[in-house]
Design a binder for this molecule. Structure first.
Ligand SMILES: *[C@@H]1O[C@H](CO)[C@@H](O)[C@H](O)[C@H]1NC(C)=O
Ligand SMILES: *[C@@H]1O[C@H](CO)[C@@H](O)[C@H](O)[C@H]1NC(C)=O
Length: 393
């Protein structure tokens, strides 16, 4: 048995007793020197191990290992979550999170002024691959409805085209409805061809080359802003409205025509105040502190449908150069407004911007502006009923 082993055993037996102390005193000078040499060596070894651990932790390999195990855990937690089934890029999430896009001359029309970082949400990092650049050339819309929608969600687009999207003139004002799509990835040639045909028929699709995913919705909203700023700057108002919404377009235009509604720096909808940022990683609305460190969001209008004066889109595009990307698109717009020294306004009648509705009531639907619906068929049914000639109430 080695000296070392015996010493440990002896110590453990007489750990806290007087005996151990006495034994130490009894030890020979030779033994003491070996021990001090040994502990010196042990210290060195420990130091080396520590150094190794520290450098390993800081290395990329460890970060991505740690991250992919976290992702796998999430996959288990939410098998239905599309997010993690999508793209290998998610396996290098730390890079994605910390990524800011430095603009080179090939990726953007402008060069970055020194000191400015163009973040992921800066829409001029992306390019339109399908467009209707003429739609605002020969008319000046009062209101442009911009509907973010997934490329394959034809049902939602068709329902909107048959309902509120088909209204070209409301209360004597020109209204335009357009759909904003991201890209579903290079491999989908057939789908892309179908989209092209759909656009040739309806002339209402705009597609950008960012990947169309749930986590990228902020990019989509900012690309909407970019399109309005560059392709339709003469419109008076814009609206971002989700594809699963009921929209009483008459009431909306009536509201926007009210003299009390400002023509500049105006954004309204269903307002959210003092909303805490969700830090639970299982949530669909999870935002890590690296992206948005503050505990609460500034006031923002719920993403289901917010209306704004059309001077704002250009200002949002500018603001997004210096605001880090995070995946809650409506709160991101709120952060842009705060940065610009602005705040969303309450609508003249706040109760008109409603969220969920599970049962249809003709009288109520005739008074609101928005409702979230369950399906495209529901939209068609409710709309058809609402448009019957009899008075609704
Ligand atoms: C799983 O993820 C999807 C997409 O993010 C989300 O809609 C759904 O609510 C999640 N389910 C659970 C049980 O968290
Ligand atoms: C968001 O879009 C960018 C640009 O197309 C893409 O590189 C990235 O993978 C997308 N992120 C997610 C989470 O889908």
């Amino acid at each position: 048995m080695s000296l070392e082993k015996r010493r440990v055993m002896g110590d453990s037996r007489t750990d806290s007793g007087e005996k151990g102390l006495k034994r130490n005193v009894d030890e020979s000078p030779f033994r003491k020197r070996t021990l001090s040499l040994q502990s010196g060596f042990k210290f060195l070894l420990l130091f080396c191990i520590l150094l190794f651990i520290v450098s390993f932790t800081l290395s990329d390999t460890c970060l991505s290992l740690w991250d992919s195990s976290k992702l796998n855990f999430h996959k288990l937690l939410n098998q239905t979550s599309q997010l993690y089934l999508l793209h290998p890029i998610l396996r290098v999430r730390p890079k994605l999170i910390l990524e800011t896009t430095t603009v080179s001359t090939t990726t953007a029309p402008t060069t970055a002024p020194p000191g400015i970082q163009y973040h992921l949400a800066y829409p001029r990092n992306y390019h339109f691959i399908m467009d209707n650049p003429e739609v605002c050339k020969y008319q000046t819309p009062f209101l442009v409805l911009m509907v973010p929608v997934e490329p394959n969600n034809i049902a939602a687009r068709d329902a909107i085209r048959q309902t509120w999207g088909k209204e070209k003139e409301v209360q004597g004002q020109v209204v335009l409805t357009l759909f904003m799509l991201g890209s579903s990835g290079g491999a989908n040639v057939e789908q892309q061809e179908k989209l092209k045909q759909e656009n040739e028929k309806h002339h209402d699709l705009i597609q950008s080359d960012f990947r169309d995913t749930y986590r990228n919705l902020t990019i989509k909203s900012m690309v909407i802003m970019d399109w309005l700023a560059t392709h339709c700057p003469t419109a008076a108002f814009g609206m971002k409205i989700d594809s699963d919404m009921f929209l009483n377009i008459d009431n909306l235009v009536i509201m926007l025509l009210e003299p009390s509604v400002p023509k500049l720096n105006y954004l309204t909808g269903h307002l959210m105040w003092n909303r805490p940022v969700i830090r639970s990683e299982d949530s669909r609305w999870y935002v890590p502190e690296e992206l948005y460190p503050e505990p609460k969001y500034p006031t923002y209008a719920l993403g289901m449908g917010y209306v704004f004066s059309n001077d704002l889109p250009e200002k949002f595009v500018e603001a997004s150069k210096s605001i880090k990307y995070f995946n809650i698109e409506d709160a991101y717009i709120g952060v842009c407004m705060k940065k610009m020294g602005l705040k969303p306004s309450s609508p003249p009648k706040p109760s008109q911007f409603r969220t969920y509705n599970f049962k249809y009531d003709r009288c109520t639907f005739s008074k609101v502006i928005t409702y979230i619906l369950g399906s495209p068929q529901q939209l068609i049914n409710f709309w058809t009923d609402l448009k019957r000639p009899e008075p609704p109430c």
